[in-house]
Ligand binder design. Structure first.
Ligand SMILES: [Zn+2]
Length: 212
């Protein structure tokens, strides 16, 4: 069944939604700078070898609206654990995509501070890239099946770390786990309203990308 003909609905997402979205595996998003009126679209895809996902590794493609070429161009490879970014071919440090990506990763935990920034998803699930159809999934940028899968993955992670308590709700478990081990921040789906408190600053895996 092909679904590519269904119209896709672009929607803005909050920085906290975006932090759960960006490394979903098949995320496509557009950044708008309201100050300059410029747009740039990124596609960040998990890398597979022999059909298996390589953890923490992503291929990054981009396109800017000014491009006559409507297709994407390869920007490079990102490893969010090491962390490092390896630029592709002609891409150098002055490349707009390169500069924007670095800025984005460096400021991922503080995007709320940039009033001119709007982040949009392109109407497709960040994990499987199928079109989003229900209001809740359009709001979050992830489809219901993928969300369930992501939540049960997070629960298993907490169980493995002995940080899961059956008598608490998911959100309360996350909150309790973050207090015990702030590095959990980078391993599980964190609900939108749990904000970065000073306690957690710098502990999220993504926060470490600042050293790039
Ligand atoms: Zn999905």
């Amino acid at each position: 069944m092909r679904s590519t003909r269904r119209p896709k609905i672009r929607k803005s997402i909050t920085p906290s939604q975006f932090r759960n979205f960006i490394f979903g595996g098949r995320s496509v998003f557009t950044l708008e700078n309201k100050g300059t009126g410029s747009y740039i679209t990124f596609k960040i895809r998990e890398i597979k070898k022999k059909g298996k996902v390589v953890p923490n590794q992503f291929a990054v493609n981009m396109k800017s609206l000014g491009d006559n070429d409507s297709g994407y161009s390869m920007l490079g490879f990102l490893d969010i654990e090491k962390p490092y970014f390896k630029a592709w071919g002609h891409v150098d440090r002055n490349h707009v995509g390169y500069k924007t990506l670095y800025w984005l990763l460096r400021n991922l935990e503080s995007l709320e501070n940039f009033g001119d920034l709007v982040i949009y998803h392109e109407g497709a699930c960040c994990k499987c890239s199928m079109p989003l159809t229900t209001p809740e999934s359009i709001d979050k940028g992830i489809g219901p099946v993928c969300l369930d899968r992501m939540l049960s993955g997070s629960i298993n992670t907490l169980k493995d770390l002995n940080l899961w308590n059956d008598s608490l709700s998911y959100d309360d478990n996350i909150r309790a786990a973050l207090k015990v081990d702030p590095t959990v921040w980078s391993k599980v789906h964190v609900p939108d309203y749990i904000k970065i408190e000073d306690d957690n600053k710098g502990h999220r895996l993504l926060g470490r990308l600042g050293i790039l």
